[in-house]
Design a protein around this ligand. Sequence first.
Ligand SMILES: Nc1ncnc2c1ncn2[C@@H]1O[C@H](COP(=O)(O)OP(=O)(O)O)[C@@H](O)[C@H]1O
Ligand SMILES: [Mg+2]
Length: 263
Amino acid sequence: MLYHISRPFRLLHRQLVDKNYPPGSHIIERYNVIRKLGSGSYGTTYLCDDTVLNQTCTVKQLRRSRQKRKKYFAMFEREFELLQALQHPAIPEATSFFHTEHGYFFVMDYLAGENIEQHIFDTKKKYTEKDALTLTMDIALIVEYLHAQRIYHGDIRIPNVMLIKGHASLIDFGLAAKFTGSETREEQLRREQDLFDLGDILLYLLYTTFEQTNKKALPWTEELTLSADCKFVLERLLGIRDPFATVAEAVKAMETAKEKAAD
Ligand SMILES: Nc1ncnc2c1ncn2[C@@H]1O[C@H](COP(=O)(O)OP(=O)(O)O)[C@@H](O)[C@H]1O
Ligand SMILES: [Mg+2]
């Protein structure tokens, strides 16, 4: 019924329902909240102390305002199942799923770092062409592992990539999908989307060195001064020309561009 109510009321309702757990509280007896790590459109994550294993962990909660809608619950459950099944050093492993009177939760490894968005904001880091290609390649290698299992992330964006000691880890599998059987058009589109999103990340990183001098915003091809190899990789990732057929192919091209790029 709420969906017919106007947007400001919906947002207010959401805020009241999505009460956060303050530091020092516990989610269930086992998990003491240290602090909130972040919240997105459908979940809120907390850094917690797991008092049984005596170690830190991350607990993600499905927003209470979202839990009544089947679609969001299905996304939340799928995210847990995928994270539980995947075994990769750059993907957090999920260990348990539970339900309390306050909603649905799952527990995963805590990644001691910050997401790329926070990192750039906090450090004002400027990525040279080589740095930008190196980091994008690091992310692409994780995506290559996923695609090899016909898993498509679907939401590769800077707040969903964590940086731990300079290396990327991929989180937030809420929009991910796994395919079986013969390849469909949807699967192809999903692959293309992940490749496009890698291009978008590369472009974002390259823009960290850009300083606006012109009053008018121009297209990136005019605002950025890139080497021919880097520009070619970017255009292919973004599907402007000759798109890459696979992430593996993109990784190879990034490697070549990186070797040629100046420090
Ligand atoms: N396993 C984790 N370890 C450390 N921080 C995390 C972890 N998972 C999420 N976060 C932090 O919480 C934020 C929101 O988590 P995310 O899974 O992206 O939720 P949403 O689906 O709501 O976007 C992330 O951008 C990141 O900063
Ligand atoms: Mg997210």
